[in-house]
Design a protein around this ligand. Structure first.
Ligand SMILES: [Zn+2]
Ligand SMILES: [Zn+2]
Ligand SMILES: [Zn+2]
Length: 428
């Protein structure tokens, strides 16, 4: 046995075998690894280069192609980010530019780069008003029926094919029903009503009845077999105040977001938060058709992470804890965190946004908004009104990533008949 030697690093009490000392220059393995890591870090810092992949490029289509292309992680390269988001660029595309993006996606699909093709088509479907035709035809050829939201503007031809395939393609039935739900035109509504009336044999193998798929696209069948929408098509986004200096807040906004309430939560004792405060007489909110002065939707932001919180509200701005609330099965004690401290101030934009702007959560668009389709992170989860049992209407959501680099989204709902509000929360 050879004698162990002390490690040469000042302050280190490690000992090493002579063979190790030869290899490391007299220091122990942990010290040696630390030294190497520091050298490597110093090397990266000295040799790292800034690379601007957008330098000299003005064509928005080329810029988007670069944004969508996968990048290899290289510690020696520091990418200069583009000053605008993909969402902003998509908003400004002309018809001709949208067509070019779409045929680029079709090319990618043919090269079997499905992920990239998907992201481009999703962006076109959610951020622009154009219809994606070639892209869908390519998806149909490949028998890809998801992300199902892509099908929302599909034409008659594709819709008929999908209805036929539901009967004959059990492996894809789930996605086919979702795609049909997103199309949601008269023929789909009629077909869903027929399936509800006389459930087909294959329906027993699904985890929910065929007509229940409509929820995922924001509607349901009413008692008569008609279509009942669960969200408003009108949509206004909240923007971080500093980012949006062009919009001078001369007049009060139609809706204010995330203010401390006066009441406390009966479950955890923490303060309630007024997530949304609607000025119902503001012309911007006419689309909500709520005749009154004010609607405040409050919740406990802590307890809400574990279950739905209902409030009894009126149209004068008052609210109170609903007798229908049921303590969630799992409800940890309040951590005592003061949320509000780090929140960014948001202001409701007066410029409308597209209905589906944030509907596809994977596009990572900021999602705080009133109206529009919800940005579900998990499955669509419209609560039933605890009073009349009807599905509640989605009215607004607060995206905590946008507010505070935090996680999750709070979704707010109203039953206009019973004047009950509900708030749900989802995170990854
Ligand atoms: Zn050592
Ligand atoms: Zn609470
Ligand atoms: Zn109700």
């Amino acid at each position: 046995m050879s004698e162990r030697l002390p490690c040469q690093t000042p302050g280190c009490t490690g000992t090493i075998l002579p063979a190790t000392a030869l290899k490391t220059g007299g220091i122990c393995m942990p010290c040696y690894q630390q030294k190497k890591a520091l050298e490597h870090q110093a090397y990266i810092e000295q040799n790292r280069k800034e690379v601007n992949r957008y330098a000299g490029i003005n064509d928005p289509v080329e810029i988007l192609k670069i944004m969508h292309s996968p990048r290899r992680h290289d510690p020696l390269i520091q990418e200069v980010p583009y000053p605008r988001t993909a969402q902003e660029i998509y908003h400004g595309l002309t018809k001709e530019e949208r067509d070019r993006m779409e045929s680029y996606a079709v090319d990618l699909l043919e090269e079997e780069d499905t992920d990239q093709a998907e992201m481009i088509l999703l962006s076109l479907a959610c951020f622009t008003r154009g219809e994606i035709k070639l892209g869908l035809e390519a998806f149909m050829r490949e028998e890809i029926y998801h992300p199902s939201i892509l099908y929302k503007d599909a034409g008659v031809e594709i819709r008929s094919q999908l209805i036929e395939k539901v009967e004959s393609d059990p492996a894809n039935r789930n996605h086919l029903l979702l795609a049909l739900a997103w199309i949601g035109d008269e023929a789909v509504v009629r077909q869903f009503a027929v399936w509800r009336e006389s459930p087909p044999e294959w329906a027993s193998a699904l985890y929910q009845p065929p007509e229940a798929y409509a929820r995922f696209a924001g509607w349901e069948l009413d008692e008569e077999g008609g279509q009942r929408w669960l969200f408003h098509r009108e949509c206004y986004p909240f923007k971080i105040s500093a980012e949006d200096s062009t919009e001078a807040p001369a007049t009060p906004a139609a809706v204010t977001v995330l203010q401390a309430g006066m009441q406390s939560c009966p479950w955890c004792g923490g303060g309630l938060t007024e997530l949304f405060d609607f000025d119902l007489q503001h012309p911007q909110l006419e689309f909500m058709k709520l005749p009154g002065k004010r609607l405040r939707i409050a919740a406990c932001m802590h307890c809400n992470c574990y279950g739905t919180v209902y409030m009894k509200a009126d149209l004068e701005g008052r609210y109170s804890w609903s007798e229908y609330n049921v303590v969630p099965e799992y409800l940890p004690e309040h951590g005592g965190g003061t949320y509000e401290a780090d929140w960014r101030e948001m202001r409701l934009s007066e410029q409308p946004a597209g209905t589906y702007e944030s509907a596809e959560w994977t596009l990572e668009a900021p999602a705080s908004q009133i109206g529009g389709h919800p940005a579900w992170i998990q499955d669509a989860d419209y609560p039933a009104c605890p009073c009349c049992a009807r599905t509640m209407t989605f009215v607004a959501q607060a995206d905590m990533g946008q507010v505070a680099d935090d996680e999750g989204i709070y979704y707010a709902f109203v039953c206009r008949e019973c004047l009950i509000t509900a708030v749900n929360y989802q995170q990854t």
